[in-house]
Design a protein around this ligand. Structure first.
Ligand code: UN1
Length: 508
């Protein structure tokens, strides 16, 4: 069944390493495998992009951008609209591929493709709304305005956990903005990228969009570093761990380039004395175990009012005991595997470290027998200051931390290096507003009575501190993909200077 599906999506037993976006593909040098984390078995082999492939892709992206920036934005939107139609037509197959390659459950695979379609629809509308301001000039007979011009070639480095959606947040917005996009997907999810590039290949030529979306596949970090150091990359969008993001940012900064970072989260849910457990319990469980705890928005810390701790832990432990863990393709499964053996080792190491620090495992916490990289989600009584709690471990571990007064809960929420997402459960209006006020949560996302993950595309997505400060997807995140030009037009017959400066040339 999976061989048929792969063939329908244009995936062979051995696949190429790079696509120049005009329907042509390049074999690369060497190979690596894409592995199904639910079975540990290789799905297909992929070529590894080398120097020549890199050169060819960058050249194609540069040349395409020179043309593409001249296409009117609403017409650029038509390309994205047709991609959205094509995605709708294959959403079932594509969702299954997401599940096969990343192990996320089928409902989440479908959600991922839905997220692509949503951002495509958003980008189509945006293609008619790339507006600038007009401003009042201090000089007579002068007009001042801002224009937003295409930026250039955008590099897009994505992680395995959202192998499609995060690319589409960047790529569809960048494309309507007049940029071209070089994609370097995670080596743990290359087949998803190949399947999407095949769809792009079918559609691009009709829209004059050859080379707008290109692809480079490799399993070594050299390729990412190369993109970071390449002056031709006007913007580098990076999604992944803060430790890598820090290195990417330094390399991009050394050439005074721009980057857009979407790095680690360490997201907390606060459960207040006035919380409605009907909402809080399912939201916490989905936040902590959704995508097997491998979202940057996953709930990692539970900050609970002392008076409600016992009841909440009992309800969560009960829910954890009922979870159906297993084959992510089965509709009844709620949690699939971790991505690989390394992720299982990181899960075990984090639990050991928490226990050594004095933590108590309240539920779950065992590795499950293979094949595949399955673990039980864990609930661990912990303290916020422990180094293991301060770190992002990409696994379904939820640290339970107690608080006595609400101000302390906000302080605990903020007392980690990361600042992506946060949530508060309360029916108390004052506390809800306090949480989202300027001195409340310090995160890019702060929700009330819903969980930390599962953001809609319409909002700007990203976070502060070690999360990197970038904003992607909706709202005015498009501005990162364009360059702003300030224009002042003098339509009079005199040359008044700004700031009232008098500068009169002598003579008569
Ligand atoms: C990520 O994990 O990198 O808000 C992105 C969410 C998803 C996106 C997560 N819409 O959980």
């Amino acid at each position: 069944m999976s061989a048929d599906l792969l063939a329908r999506l244009g995936i062979a037993a051995v696949n190429p390493a790079a696509a120049t976006g005009d329907g042509a593909w390049r074999a690369g040098t060497g190979r690596f495998d894409s592995v199904n984390p639910a079975s540990g078995v290789a799905l297909a082999a992929i070529g590894r992009a080398g120097d020549d492939d890199y050169a060819a892709v960058l050249e194609a992206a540069m040349a395409a951008q020179k043309r593409w920036q001249q296409v009117p934005a609403p017409r650029r939107g038509l390309f994205v609209r047709e991609l959205a139609d094509a995605l709708r037509a294959v959403q079932d197959d594509l969702a299954t591929l997401v599940t096969l390659e990343t192990g996320k459950i089928r409902a989440e695979g479908l959600g991922e493709v839905r997220e692509m379609i949503d951002i495509a629809d958003f980008a189509v509308g945006l293609s008619r709304q790339l507006y600038g301001l007009t401003l009042a000039s201090e000089r007579p007979q002068h007009r001042m305005m801002e224009q937003w011009h295409p930026l250039g070639v955008v590099g897009c480095i994505t992680a395995f956990n959202f192998p499609l959606a995060v690319w589409s947040w960047n790529a569809f917005i960048a494309a309507v903005c007049g940029d071209t996009v070089v994609w370097k997907p995670s080596p743990k999810a290359p087949l998803c990228a190949i399947a999407v590039q095949r769809i792009v290949d079918r559609i691009a030529a009709r829209h004059g969009a050859d080379g707008v979306f290109t692809l480079l596949l490799a399993d070594d970090p050299a390729l990412g570093r190369r993109l970071a150091e390449d002056r031709r990359i006007a913007l580098l969008s990076f999604t992944g761990a803060s430790s890598v993001g820090r290195d990417v940012a330094a390399r991009v900064a050394a050439r005074l380039g721009r980057c857009l970072l979407e790095c680690s989260g360490n997201n907390a849910v606060i459960v207040d004395t006035a919380a409605d457990f009907q909402l809080a319990v399912p939201a916490i469980v989905f936040g902590a175990i959704g995508t097997a705890g491998q979202r940057c928005t996953s709930t990692r810390r539970l900050i609970v009012a002392a008076a409600r701790r016992e009841e909440l832990v009992a309800r969560l432990a009960h829910a954890y005991g009922q979870l159906r863990i297993g084959d992510p393709l089965q509709p009844a499964t709620l949690m699939g595997p971790l991505i690989d053996a390394e992720a299982v080792a990181a899960y075990s190491a984090a639990l050991d470290e928490a226990v050594a620090a004095g933590g108590r495992v309240l539920a779950g916490g065992r590795r499950l027998p293979g094949p595949g990289y399955f673990v039980e989600p864990a609930l661990v009584a912990a303290e916020n200051a422990w180094p293991v709690v301060q770190r992002e471990t990409f696994a379904p571990i939820l640290y339970v931390i107690e608080y006595s007064d609400f101000e302390q809960a906000i302080a605990l929420n903020n007392a980690v290096p990361q600042g992506l997402s946060s949530a508060l459960f309360t029916l108390d209006l004052r506390r809800a507003e306090r949480f989202v006020s300027a001195t409340g949560s310090d995160c890019g996302i702060a929700n009330v009575n819903l969980g930390t993950s599962g953001a809609e595309i319409g909002g700007a997505f990203g976070g502060e501190k070690d999360t990197g400060g970038g904003r992607e997807a909706g709202s005015d995140a498009w501005k990162s993909y364009m360059r702003r030009q300030t224009n002042t037009i003098n339509w009079g017959d005199a040359l008044p200077l700004a700031q009232g400066i008098r500068f009169e040339l002598g003579g008569d």
